[in-house]
Ligand binder design. Structure first.
Ligand code: PA5
Length: 442
């Protein structure tokens, strides 16, 4: 599949003259940071396996996973993914966009993908157990460390329910574990129980792992075109190999320069504004990517999300007139529709509802106008605004977008002077919880 190298474009016209100048002045630093990433000479180099992943391992792995998924014996209509943070957000964001959220009324594939292990809520897990009783579920439990409390507890409960229903042996056929190649409790449990396993590569951190088995296995089980996803990512990574960066690759570096310029100028938040409810978890993935990569040593923009137009009627006021402490990035989509059917504002023979001026316009057209109008209003209110525009939300475009964001985030973190690939703060919380709950050794 040939993917254009300019799937993603950056519009800086409303980012303010001063910040644009400061961003341009950071181009050598961005280039040097990028080169240190590309050549494996940056801080955290042991976790840069995600860069150029489709070419190095991804395509071969994708083929292996699809071949396995196509011949997978158990009949199933429900894929329960158990994981937290980087072990679920990538797959969740892609499946929400391509299949519709698991809890939506109309799921577009015959198979539903749902997610567990992101909380300690008895009622949430209780609802899932009820749903599983009505369906034919399989479970993909994902944990790099194999010891994270939330997915560990959820998996123990869900596995027990599966064993009660199917018996131990058949339940084991319906469970797939994705974890470290040799370490951790989940690896041990999988070996003892005979689960099919896939590996989380040692040199890829959770939030950069969506194109590894962490994302590919649940997406393949859900019937998503994972090859197209990798094709899109590959096209973007190929762009980074050219001596002169253009298209998506150029966007990655320029976006890192703009964010760094905003931070240097005293901004503390980046509001990410998006137009589609089904993109909500894509932005959750971005919040994890940026929050965990940048937020160290007292540095980093706090990523915040704003759904257009819903949040304009709540956070919109703060954006327009609150403290000028943020920059804003609009994540726009040229053609967001996932079907050919359009929904237009109907023509009526009266104007009682005062909406005649919108007749025959598509909702997407009105939504895009709302994104543009908001950008203009917020920029006038003193918020420096960027727009990242992607062509559509196809698997290939999502692949390009993921590669662009991962690279841009890594480059931006290196420009800030932090290691963008570790997450000591998350580990601190995990250790503190172990200690509070009385785990031996803590
Ligand atoms: O990015 C990260 O590494 C973390 O957010 C992890 O993904 C998250 O804590 C889950 O960890 P694990 O996969 O070890 O269960």
């Amino acid at each position: 599949m040939t993917i254009p190298h300019d799937v993603v474009a950056l519009d800086r016209t409303l980012f303010s003259k001063e910040l644009n100048l400061q961003a341009d002045a950071l181009s050598s630093l961005a280039r040097a940071s990028f080169e240190s990433l590309r050549t494996g000479n940056c801080p955290g180099r042991e976790f840069t396996g995600w860069f150029d992943w489709p070419m190095t391992h991804g395509f071969a792995l994708e083929q292996e996973i699809q071949t396995w998924a196509k011949s997978y014996k158990p009949n199933y209509d429900l894929v329960v993914v158990v994981g937290i943070g980087g072990s679920y957000l990538g797959a969740k964001s892609i499946s929400d966009i391509l299949l519709g959220p698991g809890d939506s009324v109309l799921n577009r594939s015959g198979k539903k993908i749902v997610f567990a292990g992101q909380n300690m809520s008895e009622s949430a897990l209780g609802d899932l157990l009820k749903l599983m009783e009505l369906k034919s579920p399989v479970i993909n439990v994902i944990s790099k460390s194999g010891t994270t409390t939330e997915p560990g507890v959820a998996f123990r409960i869900l596995k027990s329910a599966m064993e009660r229903r199917y018996g131990k042996e058949v339940a084991a056929e319906r469970i797939i574990a994705t974890t470290d190649a040799s370490k951790g409790a989940l690896r041990k449990l999988a070996q003892e129980s005979g689960f099919k396993t896939f590996i989380v590569p040692e040199n890829v951190g959770g939030r950069y792992s969506v194109l590894t088995a962490v994302g590919l296995v649940p997406l393949a089980l859900g019937g998503i075109d994972t090859k197209a996803l990798l094709d899109g990512a590959h096209a973007a990574f190929e762009g980074f190999k050219k001596p002169e960066l253009s298209g998506t690759a150029k966007v990655a570096l320029e976006y890192a320069q703009c964010r760094t310029a905003a931070w240097n100028a005293g901004k503390v938040n980046e509001v990410i504004t998006y137009p589609e409810p089904r993109m909500r978890n894509l932005v959750e993935w971005l919040k994890q990517l940026y929050g965990e990569s940048d937020g160290k040593n007292g540095k980093g923009l706090l990523p915040v999300s704003l759904e257009c137009t819903m949040d304009l009627h709540s956070l919109g006021q703060y954006l327009q007139e609150g403290p000028r402490s943020m920059m804003e990035t609009f994540l726009a989509v040229e053609n967001p529709r996932n079907s050919r059917e359009r929904i237009l504002v109907p023509e009526l023979n009266h104007n009682t509802d005062e909406l005649k001026y919108l007749e025959n316009m598509g909702l997407d057209q009105i939504n895009d106008a709302a994104m543009k109008a908001t950008r203009v209003a917020h920029a006038k209110g003193g918020v420096p605004c960027l727009e990242i525009r992607t062509k559509d939300l196809s698997p290939a475009s999502l692949g390009s977008l993921i590669a662009m964001y991962e690279t841009s985030c890594a480059v931006g973190g290196l420009m800030l002077g932090v290691n963008p690939f570790d997450q000591p703060g998350v580990e601190a919380y995990k250790t503190s919880l172990f200690s509070l709950l009385g785990k031996p050794g803590y």
